[in-house]
Design a protein around this ligand. Structure first.
Ligand code: KIV
Ligand code: ZN
Length: 501
């Protein structure tokens, strides 16, 4: 079995996708989960991009113990300085330098000749090497680059000290066969390539990101770059869970393995979608809600007779809990704690108290709480956020011929404040009333509402991203009433702004 290295770029390429921005504490939480998942490298961000990005890369570097931590840098000394300063506190730091090598990028974006690109690779890879032993060089748009020039770029990077050569299909244009041939060609023609890791980084514009990545591995690539839930620029990056489960499920065929603990996949996926508020499509392979559901009678009959008739993987292998015991309003804290632990959530006493209080409030409205409800409660953990503003009540009127008016009552310390506002919709009206109460200057960057479960009494989970100054805060709200969950999410976000969380 060949051992493959998994390079996770959820916090860099993934975070670049619309609606997926994360703040420092969210990135740290995700990084800890990626460490538990067992990836080999975490690309923690692009340190030069902003002071917030720098701080996140720095904090992740100091937190993560087991895996390597990389920061991206363009071929400029400023970028490399920032990347190094951000990762130097890591146990295993890596600087990831990139430069485009395709004619179209060099002519129109970089306005550089081939010679200038080669010079820049030598200069900047050596510069990065003066700080750090582990240097990855990416030839951006490699798959559309002239092959012999790409070979020269790779040799130049190796000579300057690169330890990993990344061959991205930046625009998701290639086919599996082409990627196989490209990696094979580079292996046959690049001097010194046998001494470095060959990495692949495939985007999913034509839906072939995972197939292309697997083809690269088959051609001899030793590292694969991917993201949780396949998030990333445009159509996303190759999805980690699909690559890892393809290698595991088709182990005999691929003859490769990696260090990912597949039992942590589901939790990683859930955590990411709860942090970003971006739901996973129900039909998404491996982690979608329907990925292991058998709806048709023929399938159900087959699975009952012998699971292997329609099941190629076990849901428990990706960490989806088997027991679907339902909890209700008579369930106690022990039952909740046990269930949470089976779902992979080990909470502190204070966190458990917080989840239990919200569990009880929800169980009053909803007859039975499923695993999805319980997970949503655990993931929207409000523990540690002090409730400067506490929602007391809300009332909204809305309709086709009625103005949208919201009355919000909020407690701040001993003071009870009530405001009324009109808006373009009931939620807009409620948010305007809350803004009047707080007097804060905040911008609603993103708003999402997802149903946690099916059915009449399904819980609605609202996630808002609020911008206060340059900082981004995430607020979550859960309720069987979607207007209430939207209001709660807004108030939760505001409490985080006020508390600086
Ligand atoms: O897609 C790409 O080419 C990239 C590089 C910066 C590695 O993300
Ligand atoms: Zn990319």
């Amino acid at each position: 079995m060949r051992k493959i290295k998994v390079f996770d770029t959820t916090l860099r390429d993934g975070e670049q996708s619309p609606g997926c921005s994360m703040n420092l504490s969210e990135k740290l939480e995700m990084a800890r989960q990626l460490d538990a998942l067992g990836v080999d490298v975490i690309e923690a961000g692009f340190a030069i991009a902003s002071p917030e990005d720098f701080k996140s890369v720095e904090a992740i570097s100091k937190t993560v113990e087991r895996c390597k931590v990389a920061s991206l840098a363009r071929c400029t000394q400023g970028d490399i300085d920032a990347a190094w300063n951000a990762v130097k506190g890591a146990k295993y730091p890596r600087i990831h330098v990139f430069l485009a090598t395709s004619d179209i990028h060099m002519e129109f974006k970089l306005k550089m000749s081939r010679e200038q690109v080669l010079e820049s690779i030598t200069k900047h890879v050596s510069y990065a090497k003066s700080f750090c032993e582990d240097i990855e060089f990416s030839a951006e748009d490699a798959s559309r680059s002239d092959r012999d020039f790409l070979v020269k770029c790779c040799e130049t990077a190796i000579n300057a000290g690169a330890t990993v050569l990344n061959i991205p299909d930046t625009v998701g244009y290639s086919t599996p066969m082409e990627m196989f041939e490209l990696i094979s060609y580079l292996r046959e023609n690049t001097k010194g390539i046998e001494n470095v890791d060959i990495s692949c980084h495939c985007h999913d514009d034509l839906g072939m990101g995972v197939a292309n990545s697997l083809a690269c591995l088959q051609a001899g690539a030793t590292q694969v770059e991917c993201t949780i839930n396949g998030i990333g620029e445009r159509a996303g990056n190759a999805s980690l869970e699909e690559i890892v489960m393809a290698l595991k499920t088709r182990r005999e065929y691929y003859q490769m393995e990696c260090g990912v603990d597949t039992h942590q996949i589901y939790k990683s996926s859930k955590l990411l979608s709860s942090i970003t508020g971006v739901p996973v499509s129900p039909s998404k392979s491996i982690v979608g809600a329907n990925a292991f559901a058998h709806e048709s009678g023929i399938h159900q009959h087959g699975v009952l007779a012998n699971a292997l008739t329609y099941e190629i993987m076990k849901s428990t292998d990706v960490g989806i809990p088997e027991n679907t015991m339902v909890l209700g309003k008579h369930s106690g804290k022990h039952a909740l704690r046990d269930r949470l632990s089976q779902l992979g959530y080990e909470l502190t006493k204070e966190q458990l108290d917080d989840v239990f209080n919200r569990f009880k409030a929800l169980a009053d409205k909803k007859k039975s709480l499923t695993d999805s409800d319980i997970e949503a409660l655990a993931l929207s953990n409000t523990h540690g956020v002090s409730e400067t503003y506490e929602l007391v009540s809300h009332m909204v009127t809305t309709g086709t011929d009625t103005p949208n008016v919201a009355t919000i009552k909020i407690k701040k310390g001993d003071e009870l404040i009530e405001e009324v506002a009109m808006g373009t919709g009931p939620i807009d009206a409620a948010y305007k009333a809350i803004d009047r109460i707080t007097g804060l200057d905040i911008f609603l960057d993103n708003f999402r509402l997802n149903a946690v479960t099916d059915g009449e009494d399904a819980m609605g989970e609202a996630v808002v991203k609020l911008k206060a100054g340059k900082n981004l805060y995430t607020g979550c709200g859960l309720s069987t009433d979607i207007i209430e969950s939207s209001i709660r999410a807004y108030v939760n976000g505001i409490n985080k702004i006020v508390g600086g969380i």
